[in-house]
Design a binder for this molecule. Structure first.
Ligand code: OAD
Length: 232
């Protein structure tokens, strides 16, 4: 039998033990900021300074964070598992890469990237972006954080859906199952006949769709699961 194809979806919970705040836990980012103000194209059009400042603060915090045992275990799985391992994250930090992962799909964008709102050129974001910064490609003063805001299409959906369609195992780690399309990946994986596993501190909204539920801190549950897979 060939080695199973694995698709992993991570959310803010995997970076919580690295000191980065989640969104919907008590005191989380969405308790401190209104989504409409800082995470929508309309919010950016209304008050670009507020939005740029919000992501500058998150970029600075993320730059100082270090990966934890969960990020490192997933990197080990990607390098040692003989089947395919597709790692999809909703996180905009770079902790998977810092933990050693070579291939990561950032479906909600990345803090270390800037995007031209005019020509869609991307470049490496400075730690502090400024409002009206020029695009190095077309020159328009249209730089914005390369973050997928509410109402925008997440990145690389074709690639993700193809991986889900041939998944044998689907694992969701540290995500509340609130935000679509990511929250619907478990259904696509089930449709493909995959075994589905949730690793979360608190059960996600879509917990009923998982075959195997492993509650706990990601720094413990994820390395334990990776050792299990690699020993099979
Ligand atoms: P949430 O804040 O909604 O959920 C975080 C999940 O992580 C919760 O289910 C927690 O129980 C769990 N958790 C917290 N600490 C944990 C730990 N140490 N180990 C394991 N699990 C832990 O974050 P996301 O689901 O990632 O999108 O949020 C999804 C999207 O909503 C984000 O990408 C962002 C946000 O709005 C955009 O900004 C577009």
């Amino acid at each position: 039998m060939s080695a199973p194809s694995i698709v992993i979806l991570t959310g803010a919970g995997i970076s919580a033990e690295s000191g980065l705040g989640t969104f919907r836990d008590e005191g989380g980012l969405w308790a401190q900021h209104r989504i409409e103000d800082v995470a929508t194209p309309e919010g950016f059009a209304r008050n670009p300074q507020l939005v740029v400042d919000f992501y500058n603060a998150r970029r600075t915090q993320a730059a100082e964070a270090t990966p934890n045992a969960a990020h490192e275990a997933l990197a080990r799985l990607q390098s040692e598992h003989s089947g395919s391992v597709t790692l999809v994250t909703q996180n905009v930090d770079a902790l998977h890469e810092k933990g050693g992962s070579k291939t990561v799909i950032h479906m909600h964008g990345a803090l270390n990237s800037a995007l031209c709102g005019r020509c869609e050129h991307r470049w490496s974001a400075p730690l502090e972006m400024t409002v009206g910064q020029s695009c190095p490609h077309c020159g328009a003063p249209s730089a914005r954080p390369d973050i997928v805001w509410f109402g925008e299409m997440p990145y690389e959906m074709d690639r993700i859906e193809k991986a889900l369609a041939r998944a044998d195992v689907f694992v969701a780690i540290g995500t509340s199952g609130n935000v679509y399309p990511a929250a619907g990946f478990v259904q696509l994986a089930r449709h493909a006949g995959a075994h589905t596993i949730e690793m979360n501190l608190d059960p996600g909204e879509n917990v009923g769709l998982f075959d195997d539920i492993r509650p706990g801190m990601a720094s413990q549950t994820v390395p334990a699961w990776v050792s299990e897979v690699l020993s099979q």
